[in-house]
Write a protein that binds this ligand. Structure first.
Ligand code: KIV
Length: 283
């Protein structure tokens, strides 16, 4: 078992050119699989709203949802760097509420860092949370919590004007005290520039290769999330098919009395004659 990483290890990985691989996980078994596979870190993303709770977006996800999923992930991956994702409404209203909610992630779910979406307009919150001693990951580009303002789940930073704003956001996030930055759905040219410009690690989800590592949503890469598949996803498995076929086989076995077999039952210890005698007591 590899030693659990700290933020200093992640910063050193950037210095040494070693890429970090992380996935989202939302529950105990998935977290355990991620730890066994040697992921550098896991994100308990508010994407749990879509991937595991069946919402159309991430906005309905609550602090309590995030805390209970982080707790399950921590139990499944005790030796992995875990990032808790601050849900919509948990940090926008005031710096006090942002710090209080960030503290809940550490006190109640034992996470190693929190992540929040947004650039310059949330740097007061990033600074306040970092000043409280908490490791903060920023997140810009396609920010699902504000997909409405972006006109949907759309790639960002594809024009010079839009890229300039994202660079300003990235610089402000680092200055505010964030110790890592996630870029979502931006062109690799911009990812390359930002990751060279910043001294904190810069990670990509749909933002190409030239940065310090990659994040992917477990439901997407495993072929479990069926509503849609973003262009930037590589499917490593088709778990939906595996599970659906297993359920179908089980239904057939039950209907045709092929399950359970003899090896799946507990046999009596006393004789059948003694059992039949006992049954008669009830007649
Ligand atoms: O919630 C999440 O999984 C995320 C990713 C989309 C980056 O924030």
């Amino acid at each position: 078992m590899a030693k659990k990483k700290s933020i200093l290890d992640l910063i050193n990985m950037k210095k040494n050119g070693e890429k970090a691989a992380w996935v989202t996980t939302y529950d105990f078994p998935m977290a355990a699989f991620a730890e066994q596979a040697g992921l550098d870190m896991v994100l308990v993303g508010d994407s749990l709203g879509m991937v595991t709770l069946g919402y159309k977006g991430t906005v309905p996800v609550t602090m309590d949802d995030c805390i209970s999923h982080c707790q399950a992930v921590r139990r499944g991956a005790p030796d992995t760097f875990v990032i808790g994702d601050m849900p919509f409404g948990s940090y926008q209203t005031s710096t006090e509420e942002a710090v209080a909610n960030a503290c809940r992630f550490l006190k109640e779910a034992d996470v190693d860092a929190i992540k929040l979406e947004g650039g310059i307009r949330v740097t007061d919150k990033i600074k306040a949370i970092a000043d409280a001693g908490i490791v903060v990951f920023g997140h810009i580009g396609l920010t699902p919590q504000s997909a409405g303002q972006l006109g949907g789940f759309k790639a960002q930073g594809r024009t010079v004007d839009s890229a300039r704003e994202l660079i300003k956001d990235a610089l402000a996030i680092e200055k505010a005290g964030a110790l890592a930055l996630l870029l979502e759905a931006v062109p690799p040219e911009l990812t390359d520039y930002i990751s060279r410009k910043l001294s904190i690690p810069v990670y990509s989800i749909g933002a190409g290769l030239p940065c310090d590592g990659q994040l992917i949503i477990c439901g997407d890469m495993l072929g479990m999330f069926q509503a849609f598949t973003p262009k930037f996803v590589k499917k490593y498995a088709n778990v939906a098919e595996v599970i659906t076929n297993a359920f179908k086989d089980y239904v057939n076995d039950v209907k045709e009395e092929k399950f359970p077999e003899d090896k799946h039952v507990y046999h009596i210890i006393d004789s059948i004659e003694d059992f039949e005698k006992m049954f008669k007591e009830f007649e």
